[in-house]
Design a protein around this ligand. Sequence first.
Ligand code: CIZ
Ligand code: SF4
Length: 366
Amino acid sequence: MVATALALEPYAGLDDAACDARIRAAREALGERLVILGHHYQRDEVFRHADYSGDSLKLSRQAAASAAEYIVFCGVHFMAEVADILSRPDQVAILPDLVAGCSMADMADLERVEAAWAALGEVLDPETSVTPVTYINSSADLKAFCGRHGGIVCTSTNARHVLEWAFGQREKVLFFPDQHLGRNTGDAMGIPLEEMVVWDPDQPGGGLSREAVQRARIILWKGFCSVHQMFRPEHIDAFRARHPEGLVISHPEASLEVCRKSDYVGSTEYIIRTVAESPPGTRWLVGTELNLVNRLHERFRGEGKQVHFMAPTVCMCSTMFRIDPQHLCWTLENLVEGRVVNRIQVPPPVADQARTALDRMLEVSP
Ligand code: CIZ
Ligand code: SF4
């Protein structure tokens, strides 16, 4: 008889405190066979159970280094794919709720990226003049596309190093799916805005003239993170008017206007480190996901640092929020029973090519 997984339904009725105790018991029972990775944007009730926390770069390195049989990724789908690609074949990557995707990652897909590559081929030879760069927030088949075409993956921590590498290979970059990370990184490198054009996949030829493509250094895919678009330049103006001594730090998925008005711009790891290293009494306005900002607020208020959230309304990443204690509890109790639920497995040919692009990234990352 084939053992069937414990049903998810009864878990929906469990309160968080009951889940908490059961998650702890399951972790205890699984011991070193299990590692839980938690992204910075996870809610507290889940985040506290992570063996390792970090951004996607740090967690992908952790997945590659881990000896555990089960890698439970509290994050979103593309992160669990990366864990599967970088871990050994006998290790199992698991995403507690399969609905936890990333709306930005979904804005680019292989079919449309292949179509863009072919359309670029009518203006120039992309194989010799364009390095494809995909943000890690993308599906495994787009990473594989980059692997096949001499390209690379980046994260918000290493985007500049990766772009420098990419320009060392070929004169232009096709950057997907996040136009803002691409533009903000190019802007910080001194690339003029006129040389960074937006490719609209819904328009023939990306909506660009031949001249615009020929002139461009970076061709930016028209994708964005809706959470980080909530941060507006006027929020920074209002904060500075009230607190002229305050400092502003933003994530590079925010718009160029927001990043240009900020004192510091960087990934979640960079934001945490910068706030941690600031002197007592510093006041911060932080433009990134709310769960992380709330944790910063709690962690540093004992040191007399004030941490404010940039948007006036509550804006969380709703897909990160899908990973709740109930799903985590269900996942772990199934593992205790010897049943794997929600395994994320990238087919070998795709995984091999995606690994090529990820390995290039790991080599050039600081
Ligand atoms: O790379 C990541 O983990 C994301 C999505 C944000 C960041 O900057 O850390
Ligand atoms: Fe995707 Fe934005 Fe959520 Fe990050 S915060 S996982 S980019 S939707």
